[in-house]
Write a protein that binds this ligand. Structure first.
Ligand code: FAD
Length: 358
């Protein structure tokens, strides 16, 4: 199907970032469509592990316009987030087409053509909000090909049961690693590897502090001031209940990275060895930007050069929700609203200054 008319905006992805963007596009009464490859609402939350809870309360985990209904306990479960995003879509009746996988975005005059299989849409602006979940990152280690144990990235982790009774190594120093370690260590012997000593927030702090810090960093950046080193970051570990309980059990001792794998485990440079039967990589993600490859704007680091969250090399393209490089705390429910609002305001200006595609 090829739509005959030219859209004002096409949004790729329908996770929290796209929905926050659609909220402002709807308010601006622009002509837009949202395309998402998944058959149902929820974005990456659909794939998070069974026991995952938000690290901030509902009041701090809502996107523009409608607050997440308060959960039975303060830190909503993954399912409550999925339900919120599903109801958010219904509430605003966004024009979302799914499942539609976008293959590519190409230039066509002053516009962009978005292609999905045999379908295509011509649009004056594009917002890419495809997240990172589909691009898990696993660091390379010598000898990994000899290692006979099981390996899994946190994006595919669902429950501790398959690891029961095994010697499990958890690699990574953020919230995912701490929460998965807390769970798996109840059923298995665990070894925790972090690049530097893990940074734990005080017990009474939660995600709000991370957001306050991120906002302070953003304000400092806006004012051209350097960010204080002590400011901490979004990678600091929030002491949610299961992580506090794991600390009581003495399993939060972390070791620094090993040098190589061998068939049955790992070895450090100083000769120490450890047997390992399974590895859970909590080593983060990269932005899912393959659909932008033909625009030839993806840099060597896998990102796109942006001013705020607008592509420098493709000024009618915006990127929302990929993390701090596209807006401080933009990869969080509470943080993405600021980025979405800024992108739509710039889009409105662009559309007011240009006419249809030449
Ligand atoms: P996604 O949710 O990944 O949505 C992107 C959508 O685009 C998906 O539906 C995807 O299928 C679709 N898509 C991708 N490529 C294409 C394509 N080519 N064509 C069509 N569709 C496409 N955030 C918080 O605010 N609070 C928390 O407590 C919190 N805890 C977290 C815990 C973990 C373990 C993880 C991994 C993340 C956590 N986050 C939290 C962050 C949050 O889950 C993500 O940042 C968020 O899901 C990103 O939203 P998004 O809309 O940018 O991307």
């Amino acid at each position: 199907m090829t739509l005959n008319k030219t859209l004002d905006v096409l949004v790729i992805g329908a996770g929290q970032s796209a929905l926050a963007t659609a909220y402002f596009l709807r308010r601006a009464q622009l002509d837009y469509v949202v395309l998402d490859e998944q058959p149902q609402p929820g974005g990456a939350w659909l794939h998070a592990w069974d026991s995952l809870r938000l690290f901030s309360p509902t009041t701090w985990s809502s996107i523009a316009g409608w607050q997440m209904p308060t959960a039975a306990d303060d830190y909503p479960h993954r399912d409550a987030v999925i339900d919120y995003l599903r109801r958010y879509e219904q509430r605003y009746q966004f024009p979302i087409l799914r499942p539609v996988h976008v293959d590519s975005v190409i230039r066509e005059g002053d516009c962009l053509r978005v292609r999905a299989g045999t379908d295509s849409w011509l649009t004056r602006a594009v917002v890419s909000a495809t997240g990172t979940w589909s691009r898990p990152y696993i660091p390379q280690y010598p000898g990994a090909e000899d290692f006979t144990g099981q390996q899994l990235h946190s994006s595919r982790y669902r429950s501790p049961k398959p690891f029961a009774g095994k010697k499990v190594m958890i690699v990574g120093g953020g919230n995912s690693a701490a929460q998965i370690l807390a769970e798996v260590s109840q059923y298995s012997d665990t070894l925790w590897i972090t690049p530097q000593p893990p940074s734990f927030l005080p017990d009474h702090f939660d995600g709000r502090v991370l957001f306050h810090r991120a906002t302070a960093a953003w304000k400092a950046e806006q004012a051209g001031r350097k960010r204080e080193a002590s400011a901490g970051g979004l990678g600091d570990i929030v002491m949610v209940e299961p992580v506090v309980e794991a600390r009581e059990r003495g399993v939060l001792a972390a070791q620094r990275p090993f040098q190589r794998f061998n068939r049955y485990g790992i070895a450090w440079a100083d000769g120490r060895q450890a047997s390992v039967e399974a590895v859970i990589w909590c080593t983060g993600f990269r932005p899912a930007l393959d659909h932008l490859a033909e625009l030839d704007i993806i840099e060597a680091d896998g990102k796109v050069q942006v001013e705020g969250n607008r592509s420098v090399k493709q000024p009618n393209l915006w990127l929302v929700g990929y993390g701090n490089w596209t807006g401080t705390a933009s990869a969080t429910l509470i943080g993405v609203t600021r980025s979405a609002r800024a992108a739509v305001s710039e889009i409105q200006t662009l559309l007011s200054q240009t006419t249809d595609c030449q």
